[in-house]
Design a protein around this ligand. Structure first.
Ligand code: PAF
Length: 290
């Protein structure tokens, strides 16, 4: 008979309990992977857990809706919190430990009094320009989570490509002893990148949302056909608007560091953000012109 046992999932809120458990695994010579999340887990998050399992003996997932990365006018209060369903999915996917710290645990001196981690330059463009302070909040909490969990490897989705590069840079600059792995974006059948914020879409908006990925692909085709970068960007933004989305940006950048791409650059990434109803959707597509 097939084994349908669901592995027990340990859940801890306290740092001391997290560290005790991690210490026991380390003493047994086990490798540890970590998957930081804000919960409301979907198949994209679970692919990070699986990628962690493939690289380590133990997977620690954190769920923390980090107030430091939300501006006052953003969706911190509305952000979906679905802990019971998240626990069931994590247990079924083979996560070993779920860390669910409180805001006071992570920010004992309050959010304003907490030391901050800032990755200059990279944090200021694209999503950073539209969401001032966002990447300082992300870098600060990720740095803290990595220090608390001390994993060998940490996994992040490539959907948040700018976030992934910010994290890679902070790990390099602060010499944190962890390997950062980017995991390919998980998509719905119609191409829409999975995101907790897709839940904000009405059925009519949900029908329009795949246009974001479609336009990224059209822009990639234009670049491969030799279109000038600025024209491809302009056409992409127009196509988003024509599809009923309100473009925030659509930009072709160097994949390596997100610097504005020039005609000689071959390894590119097209990044876009667009508003649709209550949701702000982001997505990206790598293009290699060689
Ligand atoms: O991508 C996310 O869910 C968050 O930005 C992260 C990395 C968990 C930090 O809060």
């Amino acid at each position: 008979m097939a084994d349908t046992t669901i592995a027990p999932l340990l859940q801890v809120e306290r740092v001391a309990d997290l560290r005790d458990q991690v210490r026991r695994w380390r003493a047994a010579g086990e490798r540890i992977a970590c998957v930081p999340t804000m919960g409301n887990l979907h198949a994209g998050h679970l692919s990070l857990v699986r990628a962690g399992r493939a690289r380590a003996d133990r997977v620690v997932t954190s769920i923390f809706v980090n107030p430091l990365q939300f501006a006052a006018n953003e969706d911190l209060d509305a952000y979906p919190r679905t802990l019971d369903a998240d626990c069931a999915q994590l247990a079924a996917t083979g996560c070993d430990l779920l860390f669910t710290p409180t805001v006071d645990t992570l920010y004992p001196h309050g959010q304003d009094g907490h030391t901050r981690v800032e990755v200059p330059g990279l944090s200021d463009w694209l999503c950073g320009a539209s969401r001032p302070g966002h990447f300082v909040g992300v870098a600060t909490v990720v740095c803290k989570l990595l220090n608390l969990i001390q994993p060998d490897v940490a996994l992040f989705g490539e959907k948040d490509f700018q976030q992934l590069l910010v994290i890679r840079r902070l790990v390099e600059d602060l010499a944190l002893p962890v390997e950062i792995i980017g995991v390919p974006t998980t998509r719905e059948a119609d191409g829409l990148a999975m995101s907790s914020r897709n839940g904000y879409l009405t059925p009519a908006e949900r029908a329009l949302a795949p246009a974001l990925y479609r336009v990224l692909n059209q822009t990639a085709e234009a670049l491969r056909a030799g279109e000038v970068l600025a024209q491809a960007e302009h056409a992409g933004r127009n196509a988003l608007a024509a599809a009923g989305l309100r473009p925030d940006y659509l930009s072709v950048r160097r994949a390596e560091d997100l610097a504005p791409a020039g005609a000689a650059d071959r390894a590119l990434v097209i990044l876009a953000a667009a508003y649709l109803g209550r949701a702000r959707l982001i997505d990206n597509l790598r293009v290699n012109l060689d």
